[in-house]
Design a protein around this ligand. Structure first.
Ligand code: DGL
Length: 262
C-alpha cells in the first residue's frame, strides 16, 4: 500500500503517475482540503499538519509514502523520516535531478508556494546536483487557490493574468527549465506553457513517483484499489479531480477529522 498526501488536489498529480508505475498496488490518498493552503503558513503549523496527515495514512498500514506537497517536502521531510520507518519520498530530489539533466543553458527557475521558495529547498537541491547552474525562484501563491477553485483551463483569462504577473521575471531570467515546485501547478501547466513557450516544465509530483519506483519495489497480491480521504467537502474534491485525472474518481471520497491524529 502506498500512501500519498497533499494539502488538497495537487497530490493527485503524483497519484496519476504512481498508478501508471505501480499498476497493482493499493493506494490511500489524503487531501487536507479543510486546511489548504499550507503555503502561507508558518513552519511550525506546516510540520504539525504534516505529522497529522502522515499519522492518518499510517493507520492504513502503508508500506511507503509520497509527500506530494512541495511545501511539506521543504519544511517537514526530515521530521517525517525520523518518525516513520518506511520509504518516504518528497518532491524535491527527483525534480532537481530531472531539471539538471534537461537544462541546456544552465538556467533553472523554480516556482512554488511562499514557504517553499523562502526555504530555498529546490535551489539547494539543484546546486547539489550541479554547481555551475544559475537558479532563480519566485513564489506564486495565487496559483493554489486558482487550482483549488477550478480555474484550470489553458485559456482561462484569470489564470493567464496570474501567469503573466508571476512569470514575467522567469522570462527575463532566461530559464530554459522551470521546476513546478508545487504539486498544484502541473494542473495549470497549459497556461504556464502558453506564457513560457519552449521552456521545459518539470512536474515535481511525477518525478517523486519515479523516485519511489527506484526505492520501493511494490507489494505482491494487491489489486490497484484507491481510497480517497479529505478533511472537507468530498463532492468538491471529486468534481475537481475529474477535471484533470484521466479517469473519474469512482470510489467514494470519505470525510475524516484530521485533528484527531498527531
Ligand atoms: N500542493 C502544495 C505544494 O506542493 C501546497 C499548496 C498549498 O497548500 O499552499 O506546495
Amino acid at each position: 500500500v502506498i500512501g500519498i498526501f497533499d494539502s488538497g488536489v495537487g497530490g493527485l498529480c503524483a497519484l496519476k503517475k504512481v498508478k501508471e508505475l505501480f499498476v497493482r498496488e493499493d493506494i490511500v490518498y489524503f487531501g487536507d482540503t479543510g486546511r489548504v493552503p499550507y503555503g502561507p503558513k508558518s513552519a511550525e503549523t506546516i510540520k504539525k499538519y504534516a505529522y497529522q496527515d502522515a499519522s492518518f495514512l499510517a493507520t492504513h498500514g502503508i508500506d511507503a509514502m509520497i509527500v506530494a506537497c512541495g511545501t511539506v517536502s521543504s519544511t517537514a521531510l526530515d521530521g517525517l523520516k525520523e518518525r516513520f520507518d518506511i520509504p518516504i519520498i518528497g518532491v524535491i530530489e527527483g525534480a532537481a535531478r530531472k531539471a539538471v539533466s534537461v537544462s541546456k543553458n544552465g538556467k533553472i527557475a523554480v516556482i512554488g508556494t511562499k514557504a517553499t521558495v523562502s526555504s530555498g529547498s529546490f535551489e539547494r537541491a539543484v546546486k547539489e546536483q550541479r554547481k555551475d547552474v544559475e537558479t532563480y525562484a519566485v513564489a506564486c501563491p495565487l496559483f493554489v487557490p486558482l487550482v483549488e477553485n477550478g480555474f484550470v483551463s489553458e485559456d482561462d483569462g484569470i489564470t493567464a493574468a496570474a501567469c503573466e504577473h508571476y512569470l514575467r521575471s522567469v522570462k527575463e531570467f532566461g530559464a530554459d527549465t522551470l521546476i513546478l515546485g508545487c504539486t498544484h501547478f502541473p494542473i495549470i501547466s497549459g497556461a504556464i506553457s502558453s506564457y513560457l513557450p519552449g521552456v521545459e516544465l518539470i512536474d515535481c509530483a511525477a518525478e517523486a513517483a519515479e523516485l519511489l519506483r527506484e526505492r520501493y519495489s511494490g507489494k505482491q497480491g494487491e489489486n490497484g484499489k484507491v481510497e480517497y480521504y479529505v478533511s472537507d467537502d468530498p463532492d468538491a474534491f471529486c468534481s475537481l479531480a475529474r477535471t484533470f485525472l484521466d479517469s473519474d474518481v469512482n470510489e467514494r471520497v470519505r470525510l475524516i477529522d484530521i485533528e484527531k491524529y498527531s
